[in-house]
Design a protein around this ligand. Sequence first.
Ligand SMILES: Cc1cc2nc3c(=O)[nH]c(=O)nc-3n(C[C@H](O)[C@H](O)[C@H](O)COP(=O)(O)OP(=O)(O)OC[C@H]3O[C@@H](n4cnc5c(N)ncnc54)[C@H](O)[C@@H]3O)c2cc1C
Length: 243
Amino acid sequence: MPQVLDKGFVELIDTFGDDLTVVNAARVSYNKEVTVMDPKDAKLIKYLAEHNHVTPFFHPQIRLRLKMPIFVAREWYRHQIGFARNEVSRRYVDYKAEMYLPGAVRERDAKLKQGSKGSPVADNTMATALIDDINKRAEETYEQLLSMNVAPEVARTVLPQGMYTEFIETGSLAAYARLCGLRLDQSAQWEIRQYAAAVSELLEAKFPVSWPALTPLPDPPAPALPVPSASPIVTPQVFDLGC
Ligand SMILES: Cc1cc2nc3c(=O)[nH]c(=O)nc-3n(C[C@H](O)[C@H](O)[C@H](O)COP(=O)(O)OP(=O)(O)OC[C@H]3O[C@@H](n4cnc5c(N)ncnc54)[C@H](O)[C@@H]3O)c2cc1C
């Protein structure tokens, strides 16, 4: 089971269907059914994905159990169409909360309104200690409130966004491709990208033809722009590449 972040995971519970399910859903238009994939079927899957004929990809279903911090789950839950979810409720359970502690506390990127730089802040040790400290204080207050007979549904109000939650999710292959396509992008938060990558790896193993067809690799990042300088304009050198 792939571990994600410091205490999270993605567990594949079950799948319904495979690449053939997609092929047979598409071929039903001609009232045809196949039992073994051949190269023609792989081409058909690629064609369907490229031309956005998505309905055949609605038929395979995947069930996962995921454990992720609340702030990641809030983003994950924004993907609604094609998914069903049921989550642990802190109205019912009151066991010890687990908190996400980032390994590196990334610094703000002045060039972006959202997002972060890949690098940690100058005082990463201090920043980590501050997060750890507030998490521990929240946990202690939570325990104290419970010991005063405060109802769990009220006591949970002091638990932070970094607290882990757990849920079961069932979704179609098409829905996961959509989610992963959006959340594997560099513009998505680093933490959710780790979950999307773990799901993607699991689904590629189960749907070796459909998954790469639905989630083509993104274009490589554009090369860094040259830094403008005040020096005189230099005529670009023309290389004869002989082709
Ligand atoms: C990098 C990134 C940054 C983001 N930042 C923010 C943010 O700052 N604030 C914020 O609120 N959200 C933000 N989001 C969430 C985003 O707006 C979407 O809610 C999220 O990506 C889910 O998209 P989805 O297409 O999978 O949605 P789903 O709700 O699962 O919908 C799937 C598809 O169904 C169709 N559909 C769904 N509902 C309708 C409808 N009412 N009418 C017509 N068609 C519909 C659309 O084709 C849609 O794409 C962000 C997402 C990403 C990836």
